[in-house]
Ligand binder design. Structure first.
Ligand SMILES: *Cc1c(COP(=O)(O)O)cnc(C)c1O
Length: 834
């Protein structure tokens, strides 16, 4: 027995823990910092590593969060309020230190205190590793949502996994991506608080046993399981200057103490100790696939581990506060599922209610269905999760039984509604029949939820017209849209201090809490002095970005050029290839001397490819080879620069977004569910060049068509063209594209690497190219030329830039979360008691 779950509980004096509030002034902060630095970490003035300054400062801040954290928890408990749990396999949090300072409102106090000791805040903050527990947009959305929930004082807790290794670090060598493990916890994580007293036990494997109890009721027991411990680590999530601190609870897997020693492997001690590994492996590493299912057993283990531990945690809390009566559980609790990754929660909540808490099916099922809500993030068929029934039976036999039962009852409902329509039953079944039958996780999530939402207007429409049409026919009211947003605290106030100051001075400070206030900026677009200040700030931010690019990529970005940026995961649907084709086209123009009225341009591309995604990796190689050829050609001097920035991540985006002029959002229409990078750029005054896809459509609606560079086919246009798409005809008929393809095909960019781009060339020329890159080339380069011309007219461009920022209020995640709350969660805001 560990000392942490010993039998007795201490009963100290109730006021023993009532401490006086910690000082929030520079003096008091500096004092704590010194004490931690010298006494806790034992360093002195000539310590070599600045890392200890980072640690001392973060603990100084954490203490201040801790006071507020406790009060927030107590207030929620005392209010007996309804709560929401945001279940996500990914939380892409980035750095915590600057965010904690901003939200505690002690930015300048800290800066002053450190300055007094001869320390630079920026340098210290730069030592924090990113918490990269996510792939891209989906994980970053979860992080923005937590920030907004805390700022709106909503009782929402995030549940996720504490991966030992986060998103891999990307190195570029010889133009190719190399992956390096991200051991982000190596030097400890000052922001987490281990809570071993709330450890849970999670079953895997084994078999089920059915029996009839004394009352004649059928009961099922899941037996002979191999259990794994789930140990929670809590991370504080501060609201913006409002005394609220919410919780992100991350589970780490650990072997049980008795782990099969003796009983299982009496003769082979080392083997049985080695089995502990299997338990500890569950939360070892984040799967680096973005918008792609992977079908690996370990991934299903991760999903169930998260679902089971989180639900147990919630039920334990419920019983602590309400006893064993679940009749009001659904009124007080809601689980929001971030994509299908945690969808097994539907069956796991049923299991715990029935098997652990003795509820009947007919009592438990309505509770599940009134508690679960599901957010869909993609229409791409390759991203739709399906798990083999065989794997499920082996790993989660009891869960599979429950899924079968849910399906049988659901299909009976379908049969009643559409008698004899067996094709519909087959289409809607949670089980896809075939040689290797599969569980359709999205269908499980829909059937088990009271709300299903898409993440932008177009995406939500396409969902009910296509993928989920049959389900929309039965339950039209379940389906709704919640257009994504991003938090302006991190993505404007924190990462763009120059602009923050100008905004505060011009429209006051309320925009940090209410981004719609930015619309007051619009009249200033007509003020020449204001435009000049706006320009100066943008140039400062471009300088900061150019310094990074110079240092990391060894490429020189002149500040008078338009900074044209595409950073996001590398994926064919996002069409980084189309961007490269445009770059090659510009290069051709330079080579043929077609440079009249030229706008100097710096093209920056960044993003990680999934390690197994061959095509995406070849695209990275192409970008790098094209960049090298162009940057090394003296004729391009002052006209065109291209760089691929390695290891795109949250902390890098904090430098990139403020320094961008032109934001590339060029996905094939109908494929990007929403996008959120587009919103970060817009807030920071970048103008978008984009297709009518995802939230681009709403961005254009807000900013006005005259302030947005639109090109390309519509989603409907893409689909209707598929049958007669002829890329080779398009290439032959467009001299510019023909010239681009000829240069690419001549091997100009791979002179000593014969054939390495053949697959890319074939993809562009393939009549079945799902992304139809060639189809949008002409309108893309035409609109790029319009953007370039607009940039030369500085006043015009500055007006567009200001208006983009001024009209970005809709894309705050505060607005998104307010909508989730109004339509789905129905939570009351609960401010902590003084
Ligand atoms: C915002 C963000 C994303 C999402 O970008 P999209 O352009 O919407 O795909 C991905 N990664 C990081 C690090 C981000 O900050």
């Amino acid at each position: 027995m560990s000392p942490l779950n010993g039998p007795t509980k201490p009963h100290p004096n109730a006021h023993f823990f009532d401490l006086p509030p910690l000082p929030m002034d520079s003096e008091g902060i500096a004092q704590d910092f010194r004490r931690y630095y010298a006494h806790t970490f034992g360093r002195d003035h000539d310590a070599q590593a600045i890392y200890y300054s980072y640690k001392a400062l973060s603990i100084t801040l954490r203490d201040r969060l801790m006071e507020r954290w406790k009060r927030t928890r107590q207030s929620y408990d005392e209010a007996g309020c309804k709560r929401t749990y945001y279940l996500s396999l990914e939380f892409l949090m980035g750095r915590a230190l600057s965010n904690a300072m901003l939200n505690l409102g002690i930015n300048s106090a800290v800066e002053q205190g450190l300055y007094g000791m001869g320390l630079a805040l920026e340098e210290i903050a730069g030592n924090e590793p990113d918490a990269g527990l996510g792939n891209g947009g989906l994980g970053r959305l979860a992080a923005c949502f937590l920030d907004s929930c805390a700022t709106l004082q909503l009782p929402v807790r995030g549940y996720g996994l504490r991966y030992e290794y986060g998103m891999f670090r990307q190195l570029i060598e010889g133009g190719e991506q190399l992956e390096e493990p991200d051991h982000w916890l190596r030097d400890g994580n000052p922001w987490e608080l281990e809570r071993p007293e709330f450890t849970q036990r999670i079953p895997f494997g084994g078999r089920t046993e059915t029996s009839v109890d004394r009352r004649g009721r059928k009961t099922v027991r899941w037996v002979d399981t191999h259990d794994v411990l789930a140990v929670p680590y809590d991370i504080p999530v501060p609201g913006y200057r409002n005394e609220t601190v919410n919780t992100l609870r991350l589970w780490k897997s650990a072997a049980t103490d008795e782990f099969d020693l003796g009983e299982f492997n009496a003769g082979s001690y080392p083997e049985s100790v080695a089995q502990k590994n299997e338990a500890e492996h569950i939360t070892m590493v984040l799967y680096p696939n973005d918008a792609n299912e992977c079908g690996k057993e370990l991934r299903l283990r991760q999903q169930f581990f998260l679902a089971s531990a989180s639900i147990k945690d919630v039920l334990r809390d419920w019983i602590r506060l309400n006893g064993n009566d679940f009749s009001r559980f659904a009124e007080h609790n809601c689980f929001q599922l971030n994509d299908t990754h945690p969808a097994v929660s539907v069956a796991e909540l049923m299991r715990q209610l029935m098997d652990d808490h003795d509820l009947e099916w007919d009592t438990a099922w309505p509770i599940v269905r009134q508690t679960m809500a599901y957010t869909n993030h993609t229409l791409l068929p390759e991203a739709l999760e399906r798990w083999s029934v065989r794997l499920f039976r082996q790993l989660l036999p009891r869960i599979l039984e429950i899924i079968f039962e849910i399906n049988a009852r659901f299909l009976a409902e379908v049969a009643t509604r559409w008698p004899g329509d067996t094709d519909r039953q087959r289409r809607m079944s949670l089980i896809e029949e075939g040689y290797d039958p599969q569980v359709r996780m999205a269908y499980l999530a829909i059937v088990g939820s009271f709300s299903v939402n898409g993440v932008a207007a177009l995406h939500s429409e396409l969902l009910i017209e296509g993928l989920f049409r049959d389900f929309h026919d039965i339950w039209p009211k379940k389906f709704n849209n919640k257009t994504n947003g991003v938090t302006q605290r991190r993505w404007l106030a924190m990462c763009n201090p120059g602009l923050r100051e100008l905004l505060d001075e011009t429209i006051g400070t309320e925009w940090v809490r209410d981004l719609s206030q930015l619309q007051q900026l619009a009249p200033s677009a007509e003020d020449a002095d204001f435009r000049a200040r706006w320009h100066a700030i943008k140039q400062d931010n471009k300088r900061r970005l150019a310094e990074h690019v110079a240092q990391i990529c060894r490429v020189d970005f002149p500040l008078d050029a338009v900074f044209d940026v595409q950073v996001k995961r590398i994926h064919e649907y996002k069409r980084q290839l189309l961007n490269v084709l445009h770059v090659i086209h510009l290069y051709n123009r330079i080579k043929r001397g077609d440079t009249r009225d030229w706008t100097a341009r710096c093209v920056l591309i960044g993003g990680k490819a999934a390690p197994g995604y061959v095509m995406a990796k070849q695209i990275i190689k192409l970008i790098n080879n094209v960049a090298r050829a162009i940057n090394n050609d003296p004729e391009t001097a002052g006209l065109l620069r291209v760089a691929f920035v390695p290891d795109y991540r949250v902390s890098l985006m904090e430098v990139i977004a403020p320094g961008t002029d032109l934001s590339e959002q060029i996905s094939t229409a109908g494929k990007e569910a929403s996008g959120t990078g587009n919103m970060k750029f817009m807030m920071n005054g970048a103008v978008t060049i984009g297709t009518l896809d995802g939230a681009n459509i709403e961005i254009r609606d807000q900013v006005g068509e005259e302030n947005f560079f639109l090109f390309g086919m519509t989603a409907a246009g893409v689909e209707s063209r598929r049958h007669h798409y002829d890329p080779n005809g398009i290439i032959a008929g467009d001299p510019a594209l023909l010239e681009v393809m000829s240069l690419l095909e001549s091997g100009h960019f791979n002179q000593f690497e014969g054939g390495i781009f053949d697959q890319i060339i074939l993809a562009i020329r393939n009549p079945h190219d799902p992304w139809m890159t060639a189809a949008d080339f002409r309108s893309y380069i035409d609109v790029q030329e319009q953007a370039a011309a607009a940039y030369l007219d500085r006043d015009r461009w500055l007006r567009m830039s200001i208006l983009n920022s001024a009209r970005s209020g809709h894309f705050s995640s505060d607005r998104t979360i307010a909508e989730y709350n109004q339509d789905i969660w129905h939570l009351d805001a609960v401010p902590p008691k003084a």
